[in-house]
Design a protein around this ligand. Structure first.
Ligand SMILES: Cc1cc2nc3c(=O)[nH]c(=O)nc-3n(C[C@H](O)[C@H](O)[C@H](O)COP(=O)(O)OP(=O)(O)OC[C@H]3O[C@@H](n4cnc5c(N)ncnc54)[C@H](O)[C@@H]3O)c2cc1C
Length: 521
């Protein structure tokens, strides 16, 4: 039996499948040594949503060899500088920006904010990014090099167009083999080891390593290898989404710099600005609200923010979600990446970044032979468990800090028995000191402690300052004072020199059309 691993078969052609294929094929020599084949069904549609990324996507795209101008032009992408949470405490709003707080490497700015007589909110005190977002400004200038930034950013994008770009790039430039066919069965030994997958016409496709990117179908790892699924519905209640694609009122309408996430009675609404349209989605729990109520919520939101829209003319994409994840993500010679590994509430856009982390893990740890599979599976499963636990804690945090009492949905979110023990412990700790670097459990952490700070203090959580306990407190105060002294002038400068999102995106698109004159976008 062949022992080395150089024939990789990916089943599923959504964002997860193509991003994984591109990450691997950009690294491994597909001309002489590695076979990377992606099989996708011509009949089963991709999920068609997933419009927000983390800043990690910039490095991922650069590494797989896609120009930022091409990505922005072909994927109808815009810049995402973070999220703005509206009405999570009724009548209030705050930002979770992607730029880190001032002095973040050495100074926990929360302690200084708590001591400060200023009435600035935490996001305003800690960075200038919230101020920039309020003016719909871009995170860079036209002259800033590709993938470089003035302020940290991820992207908003059209999910279908993104998968198409990745597919074309993987096939045409990276040597990925593409098969358009339904996989109808899987040949596996004792539900442990996959030898081949069988296509609808009976063709068998053999492989050394299989990657299940079949979305919620979990065809390989779930149906064939029988890996159980762990629901987290008792912690995170949302199990439905209703997504709309909405035109702007006019072609020069402002493009928001952040995802807007507005809480409603039984969930929340996303509002994402792409260059040519908006994505609006109602996320809710079917235990607490009906489909009709979700539709009415969308209608009210659009009447308030987009009165030019007649919602009756729109056909929403209705999606059922089973919140949770697999018990193990890698079994035998098969691993799950993307929705097949799991999915929960998309509040902080945590799905694609997990695809990036998973693909990167495989790129860096591709087993040389079958003997290594067990060891690497163990390592991958441990790491993914940490990520999932962190994601669940972080998303749940947004709900339990809310003071909303307008429905049982919000009240039950704060019930002690729905809060993971790990989060309960963290909250106890954060009452006595703010989140800080020591809290990070994995080197490749998804949310820096800064993210926890923005949510906690944006929502009015009370922590104690530990500054007075420290021997070097006055030196630290002085150092931060210096760092903050220019902050206001810096914000004014940013507002003066940064273009609006729309202006910069138009410039980038124009520059791409000049570089590739025959391209149609
Ligand atoms: C409401 C909602 C909002 C979201 N928002 C975000 C967000 O803001 N940010 C973010 O990062 N993520 C978000 N996500 C997640 C994101 O959409 C997914 O992580 C991403 O699209 C990857 O999906 P996928 O490729 O795993 O699955 P899919 O897109 O479902 O693709 C599955 C693929 O498997 C193929 N397939 C299935 N069965 C077979 C078969 N038998 N034979 C061959 N092929 C088969 C299908 O044809 C398809 O190509 C959101 C998800 C939802 C539901």
């Amino acid at each position: 039996m062949k022992s080395d691993i150089n024939n990789i078969v990916i089943v599923g052609g959504g964002t997860a499948g193509w991003l994984t294929a591109a990450v691997l094929a950009a690294h491994f020599d597909t001309k002489t040594k590695f076979n990377i084949t992606l099989i996708e069904s011509p009949n089963i549609k991709t999920i068609g949503v997933g419009e927000g990324t983390w800043p990690t996507m910039a490095a991922t795209l650069r590494r797989i060899g896609i120009s930022e101008a091409q990505f922005i032009s072909e994927c109808d992408a815009s810049f995402k500088q973070g999220s703005r949470f509206i009405d999570w405490n009724e009548g209030e709003s705050y930002y979770h920006p992607f730029s880190l707080p001032i002095g973040y490497k050495d100074i926990n700015i929360v302690d200084h904010w708590l001591e400060s007589p200023s009435d600035l909110s935490f996001d305003e005190f800690a960075t200038n990014q919230a101020g920039v977002c309020q003016h719909n400004l871009a995170p860079k200038q036209a002259t800033t090099p590709e993938y470089a930034n003035v302020l940290n950013y991820g992207y908003h994008l059209n999910a279908g167009k993104f998968a198409t770009l990745l597919k074309n790039h993987s096939i045409n430039n990276l040597g990925v083999k593409h098969i358009s066919a339904d996989v109808s069965s899987v040949n596996a030994h004792n539900a442990t080891f996959i030898e081949s997958v069988v296509l609808a016409d009976g063709t068998q496709i053999e492989g050394d390593l299989f990657i299940d990117c079949t979305g919620f179908k979990r065809l390989l790892i779930g149906k064939s290898l029988k890996v159980p699924f762990k629901s987290v519905k008792d912690v995170l209640f949302n199990d439905r989404a209703m997504a709309f694609q909405v035109p702007y009122s006019h072609e020069n309408a402002a493009i928001n710099s952040a995802t807007h996430a507005t809480a409603h009675k039984n969930g929340w609404i996303w509002d994402i600005s792409l260059p040519t349209r908006k994505g609006i989605g109602v996320v809710y729990s079917s235990k607490y609200g009906t489909e009709q109520q979700a539709f009415d919520t969308a209608e009210q939101y659009m009447q308030k923010h987009m009165p030019h829209i007649n919602i009756a003319g729109l056909s929403p994409n209705k999606i059922n979600i089973e919140p949770g994840h697999l018990e193990t993500y890698w079994k035998g010679n098969c691993l799950a990446i993307g929705l097949s590994a799991g999915f929960i509430d998309p509040l902080e856009a945590t799905a694609m970044i997990l695809v990036e982390f998973s693909a990167k893990f495989l790129r860096e740890h591709l087993p040389a032979s079958r003997n290594e599979l067990g060891l690497l599976a163990k390592k991958f499963n441990k790491r993914m468990d940490l990520h999932w636990n962190n994601i669940i804690d972080f998303i749940k945090l947004h709900y339990i800090l809310s003071n909303r009492t307008d429905s049982q949905y919000w009240i039950n979110h704060r019930e002690q028995n729905t809060i993971p023990i790990s989060l309960q412990r963290s909250l106890m700790m954060w009452k006595n000191r703010a989140p800080w670097h020591a809290d990070v459990e994995v080197a490749e952490s998804m949310f820096p402690p800064a993210s926890y700070q923005f949510i906690l203090y944006g929502m009015g959580f009370q922590s104690k300052s530990t500054l007075a306990d420290r021997r070097l407190a006055s030196e630290e105060r002085l150092h931060l004072k210096k760092l903050l002294s220019n902050k206001h002038a810096e914000l004014q400068k940013l507002c003066q020199h940064l273009p609006t999102n729309r202006k910069l995106l138009l410039d980038i698109k124009q520059s791409w059309m000049n570089r590739v004159p025959n391209v149609e976008i």
